[in-house]
Design a protein around this ligand. Structure first.
Ligand code: PBG
Ligand code: ZN
Length: 322
């Protein structure tokens, strides 16, 4: 008889033969930065997640530093009256995100500062690209994304993460960064990004809901695994240094296949709706939050993720450091 139970008899042995481990270094924590002063507003649909103004960012950045996680990914939210059709604030030298990046790199240089590159938080219509007669234009959007990426890297961003899902944007951004002397700035591309109801709470957090229609003409149809691999391959060929699968839990099949097929490091985004479901159930006392979060994050690593972007990062870091 094969006695599997020999290696399960106590925690020391179980720990010795563990195949998958989490490290605080795996994590990137999303932060919402809102224009204005003295703001710390709770995101209603995401317990314990807040929008911070730059003057109060230290409240969360001190925790990030303490936790020893690798970094943060920034989502900037301009004032409502500063949003326009072309998302001008996304690439303004003194936009809220540019100012936030400068603040972070000045006071927290050791925290990896990733920036989300997409127009939806900055456009009056809430779409990720330029809109004309109700259509989201691809090629007209690319130069704006390039401007945004370059302007944020000039401000000090360590890595750019295009999340818009326009075709050809990785190549365009790579070229723009190179042309501006940023050959060494990596691109983490949201490659297999599905049109998902799991982004619901994020749109409260980032105030980025589209005011008409939805994102299905640019984000992926969630029934298509082959297309997802093709998106990943295309982004790698266009120069992505890291590729991403998003959301996480309902897409572990995609993550695993991509990890097996490609040697490029893979990130996974454990998105807002996934976070909120776990939080809601644990607040009710229906599940054990620490054990559920550990199980979910281990599943992502087991499937092949080398980087996990998650709102649970600070909690998980606390549990790991315990
Ligand atoms: C911006 C963007 C979104 C998310 C990351 N970048 C929202 C969207 O595409 O609608 C979602 C993150 C989350 O749900 O936590 N395009
Ligand atoms: Zn967007």
């Amino acid at each position: 008889m094969k006695r599997f139970r020999r290696l399960r008899q106590n925690e020391v042995i179980r720990d010795l033969v563990r195949e998958t481990r989490l490290s605080v270094k795996d994590f990137i924590y999303p932060i919402f930065v809102i224009d204005g002063e003295n703001i710390k507003i709770p995101v209603k649909s995401m317990p314990n997640i807040y929008q911070y103004s730059i003057d109060r960012l230290h409240e969360i950045l001190d925790e990030v530093r303490e936790s020893k996680i690798s970094g943060v990914v920034l989502f900037g939210i301009p004032k409502q009256e500063d949003k326009d059709e072309y998302g001008t604030q996304a690439y303004a030298e003194n936009g809220v995100t540019q100012r936030a990046v400068r603040y972070i790199k000045k006071h927290y240089p050791e925290i990896l500062c990733v920036v989300d590159v997409c127009l939806c938080e900055y456009t009056s219509h809430g779409h990720c690209g330029v809109v004309q007669s109700g259509e989201i234009l691809n090629d007209e959007t690319l130069p704006l994304l390039c401007n945004m990426a370059v302007s944020l890297v000039k401000a000090g961003a360590d890595m750019v993460a295009p999340s818009d899902m326009m075709d050809g944007r990785v190549a365009a951004i790579r070229q723009a960064l190179d042309d501006n002397g940023f050959k060494n700035t990596p691109i983490m591309a949201y490659s297999a990004k599905f049109a998902s109801a799991y982004y619901g709470p994020f749109r409260d957090a980032a105030q980025s809901a589209p005011c008409f229609g939805d994102r299905r003409s640019y984000q992926m149809d969630f029934t298509n695994p082959k297309e997802a691999l093709s998106e990943v391959e295309t982004d790698i060929n266009e120069g992505a240094d890291i590729v991403m699968v998003k959301p996480a839990l309902a897409y572990l099949d995609i993550l695993k296949e991509a990890a097996q097929k490609f040697s490029t490091p893979i990130a996974v985004y454990n998105v807002s709706g996934e976070y909120s479901m776990v939080k809601a159930a644990s607040i009710q006392g229906w599940i054990d939050e620490k054990r559920i979060v550990t199980e979910n994050l281990i599943a992502m690593k087991r499937a092949g993720a080398s980087i996990i972007i998650t709102y649970h990062a600070l909690d998980m870091a606390k549990w790991l450091n315990e």
